[in-house]
Design a protein around this ligand. Structure first.
Ligand code: PEP
Ligand code: MN
Length: 285
């Protein structure tokens, strides 16, 4: 980290709080939970997700419209139509939306719709993209590369700050190892180290780390217990029918239960979880 100038903590209480939309702040006292499907599949699907999550402590919605798929024959995402779906559910349910951008060319459409831009693991060291992110108004969710050292991760974030955008959230999402039982190995040591080294918020993605839905809730709780500022978790109205990452998707019911189970842990580590929003009152005519 010897070259890092902008992202290192200069004193123990040095902490950046990243604002997402008008109402969500990552890195403050509230634990921020981002939930939604791996990929935006239709307006109906996103409405089903948003309708359930909007009345919980979940603070923001996720959903990929440009998907980095291993196979060129797999579903590549809905593209601009998917961005319009995200904008429609944001408008209807009041939750900010997070979505992945894979290239400089995708920045213009994504910036026109999204509240936060996700940079996926496969692009953590796409340096031209990192430089361009310095110039966008939205906050950035930077995921750790598939096999990136902490120094590489920190320096990738440094690129974005050095090019003018101070609003970066780091995301630990598991790293490659030898055992295929879990998709990746969730590196909670990295979360603790990043919180000590940098002033940026750090969130955890237990879904891509575990690759199996039954491992997600306990890993999510462990992440909050060790100091993460939030979580990004995949869930789907019919998990088995997810067009991507079906095996790791939680049902919406499990997502709600997991989110609420974080409250006691948040309090135990001196944090808070927003109170669930009351459902809109029924208007009888
Ligand atoms: C995703 O969030 O769906 C995704 C592709 O994540 P990652 O870049 O961490 O693999
Ligand atoms: Mn995914």
């Amino acid at each position: 980290m010897k070259d890092a100038k902008l992202i290192l903590k200069t004193h123990p209480t040095h902490q950046t709080v990243v604002q997402v939309g008008d109402r969500v702040a990552i890195g403050g006292s509230d634990i921020v939970v981002i939930g939604g499907p791996c990929a935006v599949e239709s307006l109906a699907q996103m409405e089903q997700v948003a309708q359930v999550l909007a009345i919980t402590a979940v603070a923001a919605l996720r959903g990929g419209v440009y998907k980095p798929r291993t196979s060129p024959y797999s579903f590549q995402g809905m593209g601009v139509d998917g961005l319009r779906v995200l904008a429609a559910v944001r408008q209807q349910y009041g939750l900010p939306v997070v979505t992945e951008v894979m290239s400089v060319a995708q920045l213009e459409p994504v910036c026109a719709y999204a509240d936060m831009l996700q940079i996926g693991s496969r692009n953590m060291q796409n340096f031209e993209l990192l430089k361009a992110l310095g110039q966008v108004p939205q906050p950035i969710l930077l995921k750790r590369g598939l096999a990136a050292t902490l120094e590489e991760f920190v320096m990738a974030a440094e690129y974005i700050l050095a090019h003018g955008n101070p609003n970066v959230v780091l995301c630990e999402r598991g790293i490659r190892s030898f055992d295929p039982y879990t998709r990746n190995v969730l590196d909670l040591g990295a979360v603790v180290a990043l919180k000590q080294l940098t002033h940026l918020p750090v969130i955890v993605d237990p879904s891509h780390a575990a690759g199996k839905r039954e491992l997600v809730p306990d890993l999510a709780r462990a992440a909050i217990a060790c100091g993460a500022d939030g979580l990004i978790i995949e869930c789907h109205p019919v998990p088995a029918e997810s067009v991507s990452d079906a095996r790791q998707a939680l049902s919406l019911e499990d997502m709600v239960a997991l989110t609420e189970s974080l409250r006691a842990i948040a309090i135990a580590v001196g944090r808070s979880l927003p109170m669930p929003q009351a459902p809109a009152p029924l208007v009888l005519v």
